[in-house]
Design a protein around this ligand. Structure first.
Ligand code: NDP
Length: 270
């Protein structure tokens, strides 16, 4: 039986991924900040819950040590994350640091802790959940997108580095999905100068994919035996990526400015 280790498995894409792999006959280590609150995964056979806050280095070390002492781990899914949303100047330094520590450094640190284990085993795979926001640009999610661009670039470098030891690195980039991703912004006070533009942008987000659809692509990435870095997931991801490839980064940026800001009576929007 193969074993998969998943971060952020308490909800959304992480939980759907845990359930899918369990249903496919895998042994699942579902990690989350508060395993004591989990009532669904804890009922499933071959699912082990372990505590993991990816911003806590000591806990990363202890949980990876515990997991690898219990099971022979084949795959690590770096999924934990949240979406900081708002104008950059509305964020406190603490908001910014927490977003980077969770989405980027959390992924790096969990991976860093697992590398010696996979290198010794001469096998293993990291799946890093990024976003379509890692391949294009949106206003009012600049730090979030920045962390996801960082994870994409870092993953590409690492996929070359770790191929020396038969260890794979892949990314899965979802488009808008029905989850709690952007529900952690209650401490951000919106600034009046951005109000109309933020409202328009928020109205354009249509989370039309399900966590289960994204989990299917993670399963494909884990099992297809292909030497492929990027996987697009969700109803719009590939189309958004292809449009930017088709017209180029500069034209794409101009097109997005028009899309988000036309009709708002803003200056300098050509
Ligand atoms: P959810 O909010 O439903 O799930 C996020 C998970 O990450 C939760 O389990 C949450 O745990 C966990 N998490 C947050 N902070 C930490 C932390 N410090 N340590 C450990 N776990 C943490 O959102 P999604 O399922 O959508 O998000 C999963 C991934 O998918 C994220 O990386 C996100 O960026 C990515 N994604 C999502 C998209 C979407 O539209 N939903 C689109 C593109 C990418 P807790 O319950 O404790 O808060």
């Amino acid at each position: 039986m193969k074993t998969i280790f998943i971060t952020g498995a308490s909800s959304g894409i992480g939980k759907a991924t845990a359930k899918l792999f369990q249903a496919k006959g895998w042994n699942v280590i579902a990690t989350m900040r508060k395993p004591e609150n989990e009532t669904e995964l804890s009922q499933l056979e071959h699912v082990t819950l372990l505590p993991l806050d990816v911003t806590r280095l000591a806990q990363i070390k202890s949980t990876v040590a515990k997991a690898s002492s219990l099971f022979d781990i084949d795959v690590v899914v770096n999924n934990a994350g949240y979406g900081l949303m708002g104008a950059l100047e509305a964020f406190s330094d603490e908001n910014i640091v927490r977003q980077v520590e969770t989405n980027f450094l959390g992924t790096v640190r969990v991976t860093h802790e697992f590398i010696p284990y996979f290198r010794n085993a001469k096998k293993g795979m990291f799946i890093n959940v990024t976003s379509i926001g890692a391949h294009t640009s949106f206003p009012f999610t600049s730090i979030y997108n920045g962390t996801k661009w960082a994870v994409e670039g870092w993953s590409e470098c690492l996929s070359i580095e770790l191929s020396m030891f038969n260890v794979g690195v892949k990314t899965v980039s979802p488009s808008a999905t029905k989850t709690e991703l952007f529900s952690h912004n209650s401490d951000i006070t919106p600034l009046p100068f951005y109000h109309a533009a933020e409202k328009k942008m928020l109205g354009m987000i249509n989370p039309d994919s399900t966590p289960e659809e994204i989990a299917d692509v993670i399963y494909e990435a884990v099992t297809d035996n292909k030497d492929q870095l990027r996987y697009f997931a969700g109803k719009k991801s590939k189309a958004i990526y292809d449009r930017r490839q088709e017209i180029g980064a500069e034209a794409s940026r101009k097109e997005l400015k028009k899309l988000y800001f036309d009709g708002l009576g803003l200056e300098n929007n050509s």
